[in-house]
Write a protein that binds this ligand. Structure first.
Ligand code: MN
Length: 504
């Protein structure tokens, strides 16, 4: 048995024990006599053609067995803890078009399960297990679903290591080239360092440490491979996107990104889901634009989700600095206060409060911050929630399970979870501040909202766009461990970009 899966030298070796452990955790929650049956994903054709989308496995299926190909099933006999994967029986001519046909024994070795059989044998095999109950996610979502979903919320140490890897690869793709290897666990050690609140916001020490190490390898290759170093006025947004995709795949072995890249510049940075088919990251970066790039790689099914906001020309204007630092204050408040036992809704409000206070000091807002929140000013500037669970799905499962706090009413109902934080959760922290014309117009028309804005100052920010800072973090016993390593303060970003295309 190989024992690991990777995309080759330099990429992370995912231990097959990761999936075996998930199966053990699942079996512990179930009763003898129950047999779990999961269906994997199928190939999907592009409309009525014979071309298929690049296959991506279904997330629960990945969680349970790590099988990466289409058309498979999985069974787990709780009584014996025996795991069985069912693979399609492929025709002989498969070998002509698709390559060598693997035997069941080959698959057993590859995936480290107890047995591999053909899909056409599934009925006989399941009967032979003599189950009292078959548990599926299709017909019965009352028994199995809440159990697996909850197990997916709390990451095992093995899963956390994969998440560290994909967050590191994605961080590097945002900012610079560096190929992490198994022996080089960049985040370990740094992340566990105790940091004072003053230095919490900075990852300066980290990237200063990485930068010289990398520059000596190949300065030219380095500069061409980093989005934040590559970006400059005159480029198209999608050219920056392509640099991210290239790094994730070429260096990190990520065949997929976790979602369509959002690469908004200028006023596009206020479009929360920019990058879709009708707005395919095709504007030219202009001098004076703020860029909001939300992109995350995907490895072994596990997702990163990171947003960097920075000036296209490498130098913040006073207005950009004001908005950026308001969002950074929000992010810092959560990193400082997040720990087991804390309510996510309280973290959302703490972030809002920090941002509004900063904007008030900057002259955009007036009045009491608590009143602003009571009246909904926070939702005008940041229409979305603070963040979400992250794992095999980018918006991961388990946000509102039955045993958890229910979805709040009112504006907090927008949050993707209202859970109380627990060690082992991985979430995004992604406060933002956006100048969305439709929302600003509505606020201006509504007296209870309009009273909090200094409209003469606000009008200067029409067309500004927006800023989001999105980190992927692990909740530990002590607090928050940031898995994201990108320049974050204004000084860090400017110092970092001074090595980039704008200044060459
Ligand atoms: Mn996100």
């Amino acid at each position: 048995m190989a024992g690991v899966w990777s995309m080759g030298p330099g990429t992370y070796e995912v231990p097959l024990s990761l999936f075996a452990k998930n199966r053990d955790r699942l079996a512990e929650k179930l009763k003898s006599g129950q047999v779990v049956v999961l269906q994997g994903g199928d190939d999907i054709n592009l409309y009525d053609t014979d071309i298929q989308y690049v296959f991506r496995q279904e997330a629960y299926f990945t969680w349970a067995c790590g099988v990466r190909e289409p058309g498979c099933y999985f069974a787990l006999d709780v009584k014996t803890k025996k795991s069985i994967v069912f693979v399609p029986r492929l025709p002989d001519e498969y070998e002509i078009w698709m390559g060598k046909l693997l035997s069941c024994q080959d698959y057993t070795n590859m995936y480290g399960v107890d047995e591999v059989r053909y899909v056409d044998e599934i009925c006989d095999v399941l009967k032979s297990l003599e189950p009292d109950t078959l548990l599926t996610l299709v017909m019965d979502n009352e028994t199995l679903f809440p159990i697996i979903a909850e197990l997916r919320v709390i990451k095992t140490p093995e899963e956390i290591e994969v998440m560290r890897y994909i967050c590191k690869v994605s961080s590097d793709a945002h900012k610079q080239e560096s190929a992490p290897s198994n022996s080089e666990k960049m985040s370990t050690g740094f992340a566990s360092e105790e940091k004072s609140p003053e230095t919490l916001a900075t990852t300066l020490d980290l990237w200063k440490w990485i930068l010289p190490k990398r520059l000596h390898i190949s300065k030219r290759r380095f500069l061409e491979s980093a989005v934040m170093l590559y970006a400059k006025p005159g480029l198209l947004e999608y050219q920056c996107e392509s640099v991210f995709l290239d790094h994730c795949y070429r260096v990190g072995g990520c065949r997929h990104v976790s979602y369509t890249c959002i690469c908004g510049s200028g006023d596009n940075s206020a479009i929360l889901h920019y990058g879709h088919a009708a707005a395919p990251n095709n504007k030219m970066l202009k001098d004076g634009d703020i860029c909001l790039f939300d992109m995350g790689g995907n490895y072994a099914g596990y997702a990163a989700d990171i947003t960097c906001s920075f000036p296209a020309n490498g130098k913040f204007t006073e207005d950009q600095k004001l908005i950026y630092e308001a969002v950074l204050a929000a992010r810092d408040a959560v990193i400082r206060q997040g720990k087991p036992g804390v309510k996510w809704t309280d973290m959302h409000l703490a972030a809002n409060r920090a941002m509004l206070e900063h904007l008030k000091r900057g002259g955009l807002l007036k009045g009491e911050v608590e009143k602003m929140i009571a009246f909904g000013v926070n939702g005008i500037l940041q229409p979305h929630g603070l963040g979400h669970l992250l794992g095999l799905d980018v918006h991961d499962v388990g946000g509102y399970l039955k045993h958890c706090p229910p979805r709040p009413s009112g504006p907090l109902g927008r949050l993707r979870t209202a859970r109380i934080l627990e060690a082992g959760m991985i979430l995004t922290i992604e406060p933002g501040c956006y100048f969305i014309p439709k929302l600003l117009d509505a606020a201006k028309r509504t007296q209870k909202l309009a009273q909090f804005f200094n409209w003469d100052v606000m009008d200067r920010f029409r067309g500004f766009g927006g800023v989001r800072i999105e980190d992927d973090v692990l909740i530990t016993d002590k607090g928050v461990e940031n898995l994201t390593f990108v320049p974050r303060t204004v000084a860090e970003i400017e110092e970092f970009m001074a090595n980039g295309a704008n200044f060459k």
